[in-house]
Design a protein around this ligand. Structure first.
Ligand code: GLN
Ligand code: ZN
Length: 767
């Protein structure tokens, strides 16, 4: 409906009333299931962090200047408020008396695949509450006679997630403004109290990341002052995505009524709570039902845990470990997921089923274990049967992972040797040009895929269409003059789902959508069993594409970490072990591509950084197994095969050394938006191989000029030797149209040619 509003098919009133209906149906569902404290305020038109920014009046000056601040300035809940909201979320091209303005930055929400809008805070930011944005969800539920527990991002986390713009004074941290912000939160509490709200939840997931003792002091002061607000509801400070570490001691003493802890991602919370002597009179919101995964809860084990927690708090409320936004909605109706067989289905719990689990456990707590004995017995049986299922364990896979020897993790020769062999084979010019893999997914391609899944297009007709598309894509690239071509990935709707659909051990959902950002949703595959590759996956497409041209065509694979992090993993194996199984399947695919004559093979790892734990002390063990699984996937390549990798969507500064250890011959990275900084970071980390820093941002429809690209490349060349540089866009082109892609790539190729000319006169390259 948000997109219908953007395209003008829905007006503001229509949007608002659909939103109300959605919220109300969720509240009624929870009420009918028997949830006592029904959360509200978790509904969002785009992003809940941006919702908070507007509520608190954190609106950068440029949006006011562009004409997006409504006249009254006191009400951001109407049609004009939503225009401002979307301008901050997506940027705007102006019109209607307003001038164009770019969007705020977007970045990953902790270690999930959700992206939030980053609030921008300067030393001059003054906070101002826009309370109508608050009344919305309280009053809408009141109409139904449902009392809700509003859920708001807490002040500490809000400021931890905010960033100062680059021209702010050095040393300024948004958290410096915590005291000022606290008084606005006090106002929030007062409003909520005046509407009769009994409980409010303030989310503080940043307490599960590294936090300094000064920051803990600031937090204590903040909640001390909130606690002494003259009129307020009960306050629950809720944490998730890990354990709270040293902060536990501070939490137990805060003058508030509830604490939420995640016992799924942070099992250590139990011992921390015991050491701290418990919560005293406070209510513990015990996150024992995993909000990040889709597997059924081991109810008996949870009840056992709850019984251990009981003496550690004044009272206990069973809860999910975090918001349910990270899992799909429901499995209730078999028609929703026709391809998930009954055995697997019995082991899955999506959001609706998780709510039921919370209710069941709460009943078990109140009325004793016996009162839910049937459900417990049934659940234990389901879990035991699943563990024994022949689909879960594949002895051949286990045998293979148990016998990986050290040589399998090393390329045959060192990079310096490979580099010469590859240069001889590929004969590329300096500043070689390429793309990241996908070409525009045209409406025609989409409709063909849809026709195929409706059964209107048979497999051979579909393949024929894909072949035509590949030929087109090859011809386009030849005309533009690119050096290393791609087949364009027309056959893939999604880089993870495509491979998952061809591998054993993965299941796909039809309706299991999860928000990635704004109005973008993805359907993560489910990894339920040992992973293996029954047959080659990409070899046919790659060899067909190569047969059409003299230029090298890059084979294109999705790496083991990205396959893992963009899926729901099974729970009975360590992530590192799952990654290893996937890596072996990719290793085989890479080998087959190589045998078929493909000389350049790219293994995409955009999610490489995603697995990085929230706490720094846990980084190295992660990086060790992450690097190992990438190497397992790629190091079988012959010296003459050029292995590429690609990363994007994250700040990689922290992990540059690990990236260097991957030992890929070439890496392409997102760089245009950060103006080539990554190249400097890479070379500082001792990177000595080749790199293609993205020279233009594919998220924007703007076509970059030849001069602009050239000057970016020159900037990159200041950090790293010219003969290490490749020329390519930031990421795949699938979301763009040909009318944008062709001129952009033409300019890119011309910029590379300009630099080559310079090379002849100036410094000689050794290619
Ligand atoms: N090869 C993929 C593409 O071009 C890479 C996508 C990604 O990095 N997210 O679409
Ligand atoms: Zn990318």
């Amino acid at each position: 409906m948000t997109e219908a509003y953007w395209s003008g098919r829905l007006d503001f009133d229509g949007l608002a009333s659909q939103a109300t209906q959605l919220k109300q149906s969720a509240w009624m569902l929870m009420r009918d299931k028997g949830i006592d404290l029904i959360p509200s305020g978790d509904f969002s038109f785009y992003d809940h962090v941006l919702d908070m920014a507007l509520l608190l009046g954190v609106i950068p000056e440029r949006y006011r200047q562009a004409g997006y601040m409504p006249h009254g300035e006191n009400d951001l809940s109407g049609a004009e408020g939503i225009e401002l909201y979307f301008a901050m979320a997506r940027g705007s091209t102006g019109g209607g008396g307003r001038t164009p303005v770019p969007a705020l930055e977007m970045t990953k929400w902790y270690d999930t695949n959700y992206h939030y809008i980053v609030p921008e805070i300067t030393p001059a930011t003054s906070f101002k509450l826009f309370p109508e944005r608050l009344s919305n969800y309280v009053t809408e539920s009141a109409v139904l006679g449902i009392k809700t527990k509003p859920v708001l991002l807490g002040p500490f986390t809000f400021l931890s997630l905010a960033k100062p713009p680059s021209d702010s004074p050095a040393g300024f941290r948004p958290l410096d403004l915590l005291e000022e912000l606290t008084s606005v939160y006090s106002e929030v509490l007062e409003h909520l109290a005046s509407w009769g709200v009994e409980w409010v939840q303030l989310d503080e997931p940043s307490l599960c990341a590294d936090i300094s003792s000064e920051d803990i002091d600031a937090l204590v002061e903040c909640y001390g002052s909130l606690g002494s607000s003259p009129s307020r509801p009960n306050v629950c400070l809720s944490t998730y995505f890990g354990h709270v570490g040293e902060t536990m001691h501070a939490l137990v003493d805060l003058p508030i009524e509830g604490i939420g802890l995640d016992f799924c991602a942070g099992p250590r919370n139990l011992s921390l709570l015991e050491e701290a002597g418990g919560l005293g009179e406070k209510k513990l919101f015990a996150g024992v039902v995993d909000g990040r995964n889709i597997w059924v809860n081991d109810l008996r084990a949870s009840l056992h845990l709850l019984n251990r927690l009981r003496p550690l708090a004044g009272s206990l409320a069973v809860s999910t470990s975090c918001s349910l936004m990270h899992v799909p909605v429901s499995l209730d109706d078999p028609d929703l997921e026709p391809y998930i067989d009954p055995e697997l289905r019995s082991c899955l719990a999506f959001a609706t089923e998780k709510i039921q689990e919370v209710v069941t456990l709460q009943a078990g707590m109140l009325n004793g274990e016996d009162s839910i004995e049937d459900v417990l017995e049934q659940r234990s049986l389901t879990i035991a049967n699943w563990r024994k299922s022949p689909r879960v364990v594949d002895e051949a896979v286990r045998h293979r992972t148990a016998h990986i020897d050290g040589d399998a993790l090393k390329r045959r020769s060192p990079y310096s040797v490979r580099r010469k062999i590859q240069a001889n084979r590929l004969k590329l010019p300096s500043f070689p040009t390429t793309t990241i893999g996908s070409f525009p997914q045209t409406p025609r391609l989409r409709s063909m895929r849809a026709a195929r899944s409706r059964g209107e297009l048979d497999e051979s007709a579909y393949e024929e269409e894909m072949r035509k598309e590949i030929e087109e894509v090859i011809r386009v690239q030849e005309r533009i003059g690119l050096d290393v071509l791609v087949h364009g990935e027309p056959e893939r709707d999604d880089m993870v789902r495509y491979f998952a659909s061809q591998l054993n051990g993965f299941a796909l959902t039809v309706n299991g959508w999860v928000q990635s950002f704004g109005t973008r949703y993805v359907r993560p595959p489910i990894i339920y069993g040992d992973v293996s590759r029954p047959h080659p996956i990409t070899v046919g497409w790659a060899t067909y594409a190569q047969s059409l041209t003299e230029k090298p065509v890059k084979g294109m694979l999705t790496g083991p970490l990205t396959m893992l992090f963009w899926s729901f993993p099974r729970q009975d194996l360590k992530l590192s072990e799952i990654a290893e199984q996937i890596a072996l399947a990719i290793r085989d695919e890479l080998h087959d591509l190589e045998e078929a004559g493909i000389a350049v093979i790219q293994v995409d790892e955009p999610a490489f950084r995603e697995g990085l734990p929230l706490r720094r002390e846990e980084w190295q063990p992660y990086l060790d197994w992450a690097v190992r699984s990438f190497k397992l996937a790629t190091s079988g390549a012959a010296d003459s095969t050029q292995v590429h990798t690609h990363m994007c969507y994250a700040e990689f500064g922290d992990v540059m050394e690990a990236i260097s250890e991957l030992d890929a011959d070439v890496i392409s990275m997102e760089a245009a938006r950060s103006s080539m900084e990554v190249v400097g970071e890479l070379s500082e980390a001792g990177y000595e191989r080749e790199v293609g820093p993205g020279v233009y941002d594919i998220h924007s429809p703007r076509v970059p000029s030849r001069e602009e690209i050239r000057s970016l490349l020159e900037k990159a060349a200041a950090f790293i030797s010219r003969d290490q540089l490749w020329v390519n866009p930031d990421c795949g082109l699938k979301t763009r149209s040909y009318s944008e892609v062709i001129p952009a790539l033409e300019n890119m190729v011309k910029a590379a040619q300009d630099l080559r000319m310079e090379g002849v006169v100036g410094e000689r390259t050794n290619r």
